[in-house]
Design a protein around this ligand. Structure first.
Ligand code: TNX
Length: 474
């Protein structure tokens, strides 16, 4: 086995010898901008050296052939030099992540000689955190972002509202956060992000080339909002907060004008706080909304999102409504009838993010003995999470329709960040490879060896990962 990089690069040719990292292994970058300097400084910190002038042994450079694209890079490690070239800073950043995996965690600091040419298969490589069922602190989210970056993931989807909690302050509707955010599944203390905290997460992720995709789920999964503002419910009646784990029982009142004031205010606020182009509006499991109302509602919400200057993304159920080519749908269901909705969305020109529950749902148990997690989509072994292809999931959704992949970590059973890490790792690493690496030549038999080699890095980072017996950990 050559150097064990995950995601597997497009091409990797081992060379002879190794680059020995010393305190004198300075890192230069050209052109030097605040952004490229930051990347060079992070590499220097990793190597235990410093940044230096042109002619330094480790050289970062913006340039290279157009085929590297926006995120690709070319890395040449030789016995006396390390060269990293990319068209864009994101590519330099991803190349640094590769170096991080090539540098031994302990023992002699030798980076094996290698020549790598690399670029992602898909533009969208995401993970979702459900901070609504159980809240996650800014610190925990940042830690998760760091781990995503290590495996070249580039979208963080935050599920910011659900029946059990509303997790972002909206100044014009203050009770959403102060009341709606005050508890969680099981009756814990809940929490919410202030605008400054949310902006902090967005900035932190952006510095790691990860775009935040905020989700406010509607017209279902809204009990926390209805409890905060009873006028949003059709019966207008006050209701206590909900801390169970049922789904499909709440709905915004589709016929009331106040509903659209609410949606406009919330979407407008999120759009202002979010530099990325997408706003996720949920749309799943709206069993308490009449089908015709649902279609009408999604149409209006799409117009609101677009007039806020953003693109709408919704769970595949939004395929029931009228969409347009800027819409993105997120495929999730095992049920073929529901999958047909993703195909219907594609017929309307929409693109698809693939999150098939049986492969990507990080909240499914690994096997029947897993203590946390759910099982409605079956159990999902590390192998199940790895052995699938995004362009062969749904009849009528072909390669050209697939934007990429995303692994959701639903939070009903996920009380601590350690539980979150245990469910996400190592399965999320496999999803990252599915999103980045070419399908050709990929095999579980080979991947499990490279995954096993990640143990020392994950241990050094203190990740509470599941040591699946399927993998030869070393
Ligand atoms: C289905 S997937 C849901 C969520 C649950 C999840 C649990 C989807 C769009 N909706 O509300 O948290 O299953 O696995």
């Amino acid at each position: 086995m050559g150097p064990a990089v995950i995601p597997q690069p497009v091409s990797l040719a081992p060379g002879a010898g190794a680059f020995v990292v010393r305190a004198s292994s300075a890192v230069s970058v050209a052109p030097a901008t605040p952004e490229t300097r930051r990347i060079a400084a992070s590499l220097a910190a990793m190597l235990g050296s410093r940044t230096g002038p042109a002619g330094s042994p480790v050289a970062l450079e913006l340039g290279g052939p157009a085929r590297l694209g926006d995120e690709g890079y070319e890395l040449t490690v030789a016995s006396r030099t390390v060269g990293l070239v990319a068209r864009r800073p994101a590519g330099l950043f991803h190349g640094v992540q590769t170096l991080r995996q090539l540098l031994p965690v302990s023992g002699p600091r030798r980076i094996p000689a290698v020549h790598i040419r690399d670029r992602p298969r898909f533009a969208w490589r995401g993970a979702m955190l459900d901070v609504a069922r159980h809240f996650r602190s800014v610190r925990d989210v940042k830690r998760f972002v760091d781990l995503m970056a290590l495996y070249k993931l580039n979208r963080l989807h935050l599920h910011l509202s659900d029946d059990q909690g509303w997790r972002i302050a909206v100044p014009s509707w203050p009770r959403l956060a102060t009341h709606g955010g005050s508890t969680a599944v099981g009756g814990g203390k809940g929490g919410y992000y202030t605008r400054a905290q949310y902006a902090d997460i967005v900035r932190y992720a952006a510095a790691r080339y990860i775009t935040v995709v905020p989700e406010i789920d509607m017209p279902g999964h809204v009990h926390a909002a209805l409890s905060s503002y009873p006028e949003l419910a059709c019966d207008g009646k006050p209701s206590p907060l909900y801390t169970g784990i049922d789904v499909g029982f709440s709905s915004l009142c589709i016929g009331k004008p106040v509903t659209y004031d609410f949606v406009s205010d919330v979407v407008g606020e999120l759009a202002r706080l979010t530099p990325g182009p997408w706003i996720h509006i949920g749309g799943d499991e709206a069993m308490a909304t009449k089908p015709a109302d649902y279609v009408r509602f999604i149409g209006r919400v799409r117009a609101i999102v677009e007039s806020a200057g953003k693109r709408m993304i919704g769970w595949e159920e939004v395929g029931r409504a009228k969409l347009d080519p800027t819409t993105v749908v997120q495929h999730w269901n095992l049920d073929p009838a529901k999958s047909a909705l993703s195909a219907r969305a594609v017929q309307q020109g929409a693109k698809v993010v693939m999150s098939p529950a049986g492969h990507t749902y990080l909240d499914m148990k690994y096997d029947a003995s897993t203590v946390v997690g759910l099982q409605w989509a079956g159990t999902t072994s590390v192998r199940d999470a790895y052995e699938w292809d995004p362009v062969r999931q749904v009849p009528g959704v072909a390669a050209k329709d697939v934007l990429g992949v995303e692994a959701p970590l639903w939070g009903e059973t996920v009380r601590s960040i350690r539980d979150a890490e245990y469910l996400a790792f190592p399965r999320l690493i496999g999803i990252a490879e599915i999103g980045w690496s070419p399908a050709r030549g990929r095999s579980w038999a080979e991947y499990r060896l490279r995954l096993g080699a990640q143990a020392s890095l994950l241990d050094a980072l203190g990740v509470a990962f599941y040591r699946s017996p399927e993998v030869p950990w070393r």
